[in-house]
Design a binder for this molecule. Structure first.
Ligand SMILES: [Zn+2]
Length: 319
């Protein structure tokens, strides 16, 4: 059966259901201690069979486990992006699914209204999910790799204002440069916010993401790609000004252009205004959905389930 919001809300009725759903998603039937990684753990049945009393005196349907070797008590949320949030686990599962299933992203405002959350809670929760979507491993790309840059944001209303926000990257009227690196075979993408688009910063982004010895670079004629191009196995360039977007040897930057179109549509249509200092988090989200384009929404959600560990505090987000 296809997973949808409707099927999820039929399957997850109570908080305990939501815990169980996450346990299957994260542990695939084998619970594991977050402290010592032992699988010698057992479920702690609540004394009344349904709920347990929290330190604050209220009743909770939290599913609790205990580790035999280290005696730590834990739940599926321990050490994940959802640890110590006040949002119900059921709501969290629903919102994670919406993030996995929406091509243009999900607006914090919309989540706030739909699930009755306060604005700050909704905003913070979406950023935690984006953190889980971030590309954590730097397995280097090789083969054909397409690279291009795009400029995001800038507020045209501040054009004539002597506004202090004019100062700095992406503030006021200034747009924030983003460089995207796409593996042409696997369609894995990694986008980075850069301070400037000179050969050093573009070269740095490329070197962090590709194995230069085995990679052929595909770019437009922008001269800042020349010096890094000389260090690679090959470098093909297309002349956009002459109307050339592909030749028999290269597809140029077409992959990047398609991605940028989707990114701009999402940022403009859904998020309207994105603060440049949070832009990299939105890039995590759009990169993740693009890189997992072959997965169904349910498969993408299952994959994200394995990435929930590691958590972002509100102070980290707003720092
Ligand atoms: Zn343990």
């Amino acid at each position: 059966m296809k997973t949808t919001i409707a099927s999820l809300s039929r399957e997850i009725i109570t908080e305990a259901d939501a815990y169980l759903y996450l346990e299957n998603m994260r542990w695939h039937g084998e619970a594991k201690c977050p402290k010592c990684a032992s699988t010698d753990v057992h479920y702690v049945e609540p004394t009344n069979g349904v709920s347990r009393t929290t330190a604050g005196g209220s009743q909770s349907e939290r599913r609790v486990w205990r580790c035999t070797p280290c005696r730590k008590q834990f739940s599926v949320l321990t050490g994940t992006i959802m640890h110590a949030t006040k949002i119900s686990v059921r709501t969290s599962v629903m919102v994670i699914f919406e993030m996995c299933a929406s091509k243009n992203g999900v607006a914090a405002r919309e989540i706030e209204r739909k699930y009755g959350l306060c604005p700050r809670t909704a905003w913070h929760m979406l950023h935690r999910i984006r953190e889980a979507m971030s590309h954590d491993d730097y397995v280097l790309f090789s083969g054909d790799v397409s690279v291009d840059e795009v400029y995001i944001g800038g507020n045209p209303e501040l054009r004539h204002a002597n506004d202090p926000r004019e100062v700095g990257i992406g503030r006021g009227t200034k747009k924030t440069p983003v460089v995207s690196v796409i593996d042409a075979d696997t369609h894995q993408i990694r986008s980075h916010v850069v301070l400037s688009v000179d050969s050093k910063s573009l070269g740095d982004v490329i070197r962090v993401n590709v194995d230069t010895a085995t990679t052929t670079l595909h770019t437009d004629l922008f001269p800042a790609y020349l010096s890094v191009g000389r260090t690679m196995a090959g470098h093909y360039r297309v002349n956009h000004k002459a109307g050339v977007y592909a030749t028999d040897k290269t597809n140029g930057t077409n992959l990047c252009e398609n991605y940028f179109a989707q990114l701009k549509r999402g940022l403009k249509g859904t998020h309207i205004h994105v603060d440049p200092k949070h832009l990299h988090r939105y890039l995590n989200e759009f990169d993740y959905r693009y890189s997992t384009f072959e997965l169904t929404d349910a498969e993408r959600m299952a994959d994200l389930g394995t990435r929930l560990a590691g958590r972002l505090s509100y102070t980290e987000v707003t720092a």
